[in-house]
Design a binder for this molecule. Structure first.
Ligand code: 2AM
Ligand code: CA
Length: 264
């Protein structure tokens, strides 16, 4: 696909993200319909569905040959990474959307044959748009994000949810305790997309989580790659963008030293 086509896709995605953000802001004054998916902490609102359908309508109308993988399932059944695939999370951090009306984001990652091309993470309430086109640098609004540099664990602020430092089925939590203990601090924002965006802009030095779906990380890993950060699974393996994965994102150097600790 040629450059001008990608520029068009980029401009459309940005426009639709701002429009979707307006829909979400307007919804604060209305009553929400909340339903539970698998359990009480797995929420979906009418707005998750409305915003996903909004994106699907726009993408199908403008780029009918593109495929769409959306969290709420209104997109396509995407079984392979061939062609252009939009991976959309209409609201990442739905619990925050419901409980705080804060700390949630729209996440859109666009891939071509499995390669990340465009990443957008939009913090609607703060008005912070993290965005990048592969090879053209990553930005927070108009500000270009600098390349990430190594930092030591004792100077690092790490994004991690408390779930993973108590006994759980996905990792021996004892492996994570030294990291939490030796880091300068830990944070948990409740939106994986924002946490990945924060690694990209240096607010977090690393982020580790044991279970995410493609729509949670699709945009974030493109942004982090663009600024020279490293993203793998928690075992150090390559991410399969169409599968659920553990995710470990960090500054170069710090990624290696934390991974050694986890895998020891
Ligand atoms: P969501 O709000 O879009 O569902 C913290 O809960 C983070 O993990 C959020 O980004 C949330 O995304 C994601 N998340 C919550 N439950 C999940 C699950 N069962 N599988 C994958 N990601 C999940
Ligand atoms: Ca979501």
């Amino acid at each position: 696909m040629n450059v001008s086509t990608w520029q068009t896709i980029y401009e459309c995605a940005e426009k639709w993200i701002f429009e979707a953000g307006e829909l979400l802001k307007q919804s604060f004054t209305e009553k929400r319909t909340i339903t539970y998916k698998s359990n009480f902490s797995d929420l979906v609102t009418d707005m998750d569905k409305k915003v996903e359908k909004f994106f699907i309508g726009k993408i199908n109308e403008t780029f009918p040959e593109h495929k769409i993988l959306g969290e709420e399932g209104f997109g396509d059944e995407v079984t392979n990474a061939d062609g252009v695939v939009w991976i959309v999370d209409p609201i990442d951090g739905t619990t925050n959307f419901v409980n705080q009306q804060f700390n949630f984001a729209i996440s859109v990652g666009i891939y071509e044959n499995g390669e990340g091309k465009i990443g957008f993470i939009y913090d609607v309430v703060r008005g912070e748009l993290f965005h990048c086109m592969k090879g053209k640098g990553a930005y927070l609004n108009e500000k270009k994000l600098p390349a990430l540099e190594n930092t030591s664990l004792n100077e690092a602020v790490i994004g991690i949810n408390a779930t993973w430092v108590r006994p759980n089925t996905r990792i021996d939590h004892h492996r994570l305790i030294p990291i939490v203990k030796n880091a300068r601090g830990t944070r948990s924002y409740g939106s994986a997309a924002l946490e990945l965006a924060y690694v990209a802009c240096g607010r977090l030095d690393a982020y580790i989580t044991m279970r995410l779906s493609p729509w949670d990380f699709a945009a974030g890993i493109i942004l982090i790659d663009e600024v020279g950060g490293i993203v793998t699974t928690a075992s150090g393996d390559e991410i399969n963008v169409l599968d659920k994965n553990s995710i470990f994102a960090a500054k170069p150097g710090l990624h290696e030293s934390i991974l050694k600790e986890i895998l020891r």
